[in-house]
Design a protein around this ligand. Structure first.
Ligand SMILES: *Cc1c(COP(=O)(O)O)cnc(C)c1O
Length: 467
C-alpha cells in the first residue's frame, strides 16, 4: 500500500475528529455565512506525485476553497427550491459514505441496503398519507424521478397500442399533455425520445398555472386512437399552483391516460392539515415524483419515484439489465438494478430513513408549516411595503414579487441584493413579467430571517432609487 494511504488508514480516528470539529464550526456559522460568493475564481493545483494525505488536503481545501463555500444550506438561501440538512440527515449521509453499500438487489445478494430502501419507502408513504399500493425507489433528484415515471408511462402508452417501446423504440402515437410542466419534464421528453417540443400544452386557468380541466377534457375528446400521458403539477415552482387532481382523476371514468404527478416539493403540503386537500386524489396517480433534497431537508442528491405496484412489469421492461446473465433473471426476484435507471447506486435511502425516524410526522408537519408561515409573513410584508408588490398570491411556500415602480430595474435590483450575501433569491418570468422568487423550504428559516431580508431589500432599494 502507498505509504501516505497507509498512514491515512492508521490515523482515520484523528482525521475524522478533525473533520468533525471543522464541520461543527461550519454548521455553527451557517447563519452568518455569505449566501453568494463574490469572487468565484478558484486556484488550481497540479496533481501531486506524492499525495498530501487527508489532513494535508483538508488544510489546502480550507485555505483556498472553504471560504468560497456559500451558505446555501442556511436559513436565508431562498433561491430555486433549496432545502437544508437536518442533523439526522447528516448522520445518515455520513453513514452511507462509510458503509459504502451498492444498493441494487434484495435478499440473497449479500447486503440489506435494498431492504432498508424498501422500508424507507414504506415510511415515506406514511408521511405522505399515501396507500401502500406504490413501489418506490431512490434516484438523484426530481428530474430523474420524472424521467423514470415518464419512462414507465411511455411503456404503458406503447402497451395500449400493442407495442413494446423499451424493446422496439418509439412510436408516433403517444401524446404527452401538460399544463405548467416543470423545465425538467421537457428535458425528460428530450431524453426519452418524445422530443422536447412535443409536449401538448393544455390551457391553464386565467392568471393561474393550474390546468383548465374543461380544456383538458376537450383535448382528450380529440385524441381518440392515441395513447395519452398526462403530466400533472402538484406545486409549480413560481406560484406553487396545483392542478385539480380530483377533477382530473374523475376524467378517467371516460378517458384512459397515464397520470404522472410531479409533486417534487408540493407533495409535502400533505404534511400540513390545512393544505392536505391540495393533494386530494393523488393516491390514484400512476406515478409520482417526490424530491427529498428539497422539503425533506436531506443532503443532495435524493429523490424518490413512486409507481403503482400493478405497473411493476412495465417498469422492469424499461429498466431491466438482464442482458447481463451474471446478475440474474429480472422477473425472478425484485431488484433495484432492474427497476431504476442506474445500476450501481449509493445507499441513498439512509439519510431519509434517519430523518423520518428522527423527526416523525410531527417533525415534518412543523417543518412544512414553518416554511408556509415564513412565506406568508414575507408575502404580507412585501404587500404592505411601498416599494414592492406581489406578482401572484402566496399559495404555499414561494413568494413571487417585483418592484412597484422602476420595473425595468428588477434584474439589477436582484443582482445587487444577492451580491450583499445576506439573502439569496432567484429571478423568474411569470405571465411574461420579470419577477423575483423567494422559496421557503429550509427548516432553519425563522421570522428573524424575514426581518433581515426586509431590511436588506429596503437598503438596496434606497441605495438604488433614493439618492
Ligand atoms: C425541483 C423540481 C424538479 C427538478 O428537481 P431536481 O431535484 O433539480 O432534479 C422537478 N419538478 C419540480 C416541480 C421541481 O420543483
Amino acid at each position: 500500500m502507498d505509504l501516505i494511504l497507509g498512514n491515512d488508514l492508521k490515523k482515520i480516528d484523528l482525521i475524522l475528529d478533525e473533520v468533525k470539529i471543522r464541520m461543527v464550526q461550519f454548521l455553527e456559522k451557517l447563519d452568518t455565512l455569505p449566501t453568494h460568493a463574490q469572487d468565484q475564481s478558484i486556484p488550481t493545483f497540479p496533481l501531486p506525485n506524492t499525495g498530501l494525505g487527508s489532513l494535508g488536503s483538508l488544510e489546502l481545501f480550507q485555505e483556498h476553497f472553504q471560504k468560497l463555500i456559500v451558505g446555501s444550506a442556511g436559513p436565508r438561501y431562498w433561491g430555486f427550491v433549496t432545502g437544508g440538512t437536518t442533523p439526522a440527515s447528516i448522520v445518515g449521509d455520513w453513514l452511507t459514505t462509510v458503509f459504502d453499500q451498492n444498493t441494487q438487489s434484495l435478499k440473497g445478494s449479500g447486503d440489506i441496503s435494498a431492504e432498508i430502501e424498501l422500508e424507507t419507502i414504506k415510511l415515506l408513504l406514511e408521511l405522505l398519507n399515501l396507500p401502500p399500493e406504490f413501489n418506490g425507489g431512490f434516484v438523484t433528484g426530481a428530474t430523474m424521478s420524472n424521467f423514470t415515471g415518464l419512462a414507465v408511462a411511455r411503456q404503458w402508452a406503447g402497451a395500449q397500442l400493442g407495442k413494446d417501446i423499451a424493446r422496439d423504440g418509439m412510436t408516433g402515437d403517444v401524446v404527452v399533455l401538460g399544463g405548467s410542466a416543470h423545465s425538467s419534464v421537457i428535458k425528460c421528453l428530450s431524453m426519452l425520445g418524445f422530443g422536447s417540443s412535443n409536449l401538448l400544452n393544455i390551457r391553464t386557468i386565467t392568471n393561474r398555472e393550474a390546468i383548465d380541466v374543461t380544456a383538458l377534457e376537450e383535448t382528450l375528446n380529440g385524441l381518440s386512437g392515441k395513447s395519452v400521458i398526462l403530466n400533472c403539477s402538484a406545486g409549480t415552482v413560481n406560484t406553487v399552483d396545483f392542478d385539480d387532481i380530483q377533477a382530473i382523476v374523475k376524467l378517467r371514468e371516460k378517458h384512459k391516460f397515464w397520470l404522472h404527478i410531479d409533486a417534487a416539493f408540493g407533495g409535502f403540503a400533505t404534511c400540513a392539515n390545512a393544505y392536505r386537500h391540495l393533494l386530494t386524489g393523488w393516491e390514484h396517480a400512476d406515478s409520482i415524483t417526490i424530491d427529498c433534497h428539497k422539503w425533506l431537508n436531506v443532503p443532495y442528491d435524493s429523490a424518490v419515484i413512486l409507481t403503482r405496484k400493478e405497473h411493476k412489469h412495465l417498469q422492469i421492461q424499461c429498466f431491466q439489465n438482464s442482458n447481463a446473465a451474471y446478475l440474474g433473471d429480472s422477473n425472478d426476484r425484485f431488484s433495484y438494478l432492474n427497476f431504476l435507471p442506474e445500476n450501481s447506486r449509493r445507499f441513498r435511502a439512509l439519510p431519509v430513513w434517519f430523518s423520518l425516524m428522527a423527526y416523525g410526522k410531527a417533525g415534518f408537519r412543523s417543518i412544512v408549516e414553518n416554511s408556509i408561515h415564513c412565506a406568508q409573513t414575507f408575502g404580507n410584508l412585501i404587500e404592505a411595503s411601498g416599494e414592492f408588490e406581489l406578482m401572484a398570491p402566496v399559495r404555499l411556500n414561494v413568494v413571487c414579487f417585483g418592484l412597484k415602480g422602476n420595473k425595468e430595474s428588477t434584474a439589477d435590483f436582484l443582482y445587487k441584493l444577492n451580491a450583499r450575501g445576506s439573502v439569496f433569491m432567484t429571478p423568474t418570468v411569470l405571465y411574461g413579467k420579470q419577477c423575483i422568487r423567494a422559496a421557503f423550504v429550509n427548516f432553519r428559516t425563522s421570522p428573524q430571517d424575514i426581518e433581515i431580508a426586509m431590511t436588506e431589500l429596503n437598503q438596496v432599494y434606497s441605495q438604488m432609487f433614493q439618492n
